[in-house]
Design a protein around this ligand. Structure first.
Ligand SMILES: O=C(O)CCC(=O)C(=O)O
Length: 339
């Protein structure tokens, strides 16, 4: 098998237009059970064997397990990225000829993990710039507002602001004080046009990297909330590394201001790059000297932020009762209308 599978269901022109207008769409029943089984196998492996970076990301919130670049070490997720239908959806959403895989991310909230995912824009975290970027969010469990289904601020990808990168574990190194503070959206729900969908396994969210999103905690006492995010880039994307952006710990050939290149960000469409494909099968662990450098940078940044008066507590947002939040399910492809 040399190329990504064709999806059971292509995106309609209306869905693409809605993605462009709202910054997010939910596509019902689009992920075939075979691909979902691969997601499940991969996330199970990742949950039981978190990388060092994953352990760092998950250090602050008991029960909230995160990890990134899973496909680099988990074969079934490599196959999902290379041969799943996702790259083709990304190609049509981004209207891009080339599609590269940026990275994947695990988000598991164990039963009773009441920690929210703070409101954020993904692009504030990332060492890239461009318009042709999108993320997919694939849940393995039924989700609603109560068990940490995602909420979005409709159209926020068109706002001029770039908000500080506030993550559940507050990583000081990537908080850029020149960026805007995120407004307290939940404290002023009537001011914002919120979108949310109840979702079943097989449904998928597709969203722009500047669309504000977040979620409540998982209030279920018995059910995990597991999801895999897949991030894609297109023709106009440039590498834009900075000490205030997520560091890349894997080898790649991208230079600042140039396109993404190399085995860390493999080309999936219009065809695979044979050299990158060959490199992906080599044992290639995150480079430990880079990991150490990032850890040190984080400690230094935390001290600098503290001295400049930016406290971790300032990053806190109001995440009270999910029922006080009114969010509309705005999609013909979605069957569940929220009140
Ligand atoms: O699953 C979550 O709670 C967060 C997901 C997210 O922020 C993302 O995929 O960008």
């Amino acid at each position: 098998m040399g190329y990504p599978a064709h999806p059971v269901r292509t995106l309609t022109a209306e869905e693409i237009q809605r993605y462009e207008e709202d910054g997010v769409i939910m596509v019902k029943g689009a992920v075939d059970p075979n691909w979902l089984a691969m997601v499940e196998e991969g996330l199970e492996e990742a949950r039981n064997d978190q990388s060092l970076v994953g352990k760092f990301m998950s250090r602050k919130v008991e029960g909230y397990k995160m990890d990134i670049f899973l496909w680099k070490r988990i074969d079934v997720l490599r196959d999902l990225v290379y041969y799943g239908p996702f790259a083709r959806w990304a190609q049509s959403l981004m209207k891009s000829q080339e599609v590269r895989f940026f990275y994947d991310q695990m988000f598991i909230k164990e039963p009773g993990t009441d920690a929210p995912t703070p409101w954020h824009q993904d692009l504030s975290f990332w060492p890239i710039r461009g318009e042709q970027i999108c993320s997919f969010w694939i849940p393995l469990d039924p989700v609603n507002k109560d068990n940490s289904g995602l909420l979005y601020v409709r159209g926020s990808h068109k706002w001029p602001q770039r908000f500080k990168a506030i993550s559940p574990d507050y990583v000081a190194a990537i908080i850029d004080t020149k960026m805007d503070d995120i407004p307290d959206i939940n404290a002023n729900p009537d001011k914002y046009d919120l979108l949310h969908w109840d979702m079943e396994p097989g449904d998928i969210l597709m969203f722009h990297p500047l669309t504000l999103h977040g979620s409540f905690g998982n209030s279920s006492r018995v059910r995990r909330r597991r999801a895999l995010a897949l991030r894609w880039t297109g023709d106009d994307v440039q590498f834009a590394p900075s000490s205030k952006r997520m560091p890349i710990h894997f080898k790649h050939d991208s230079v600042a201001g140039g396109p993404l290149r190399g085995a860390a960000f493999p080309r999936i469409l219009p065809n695979h790059d044979p050299q990158e494909r060959a490199a992906r099968t080599q044992p290639e662990n995150a480079q430990s000297h880079k990991l150490l450098g990032s850890a040190l940078n984080n400690v230094v940044s935390a001290v600098k932020l503290e001295l400049s008066g930016h406290k971790e507590s300032q990053a806190k947002q109001t995440w009270g009762d999910p029922n006080t939040i009114k969010a509309e399910a705005h999609s013909e492809s979605s069957s569940s209308k929220q009140s």
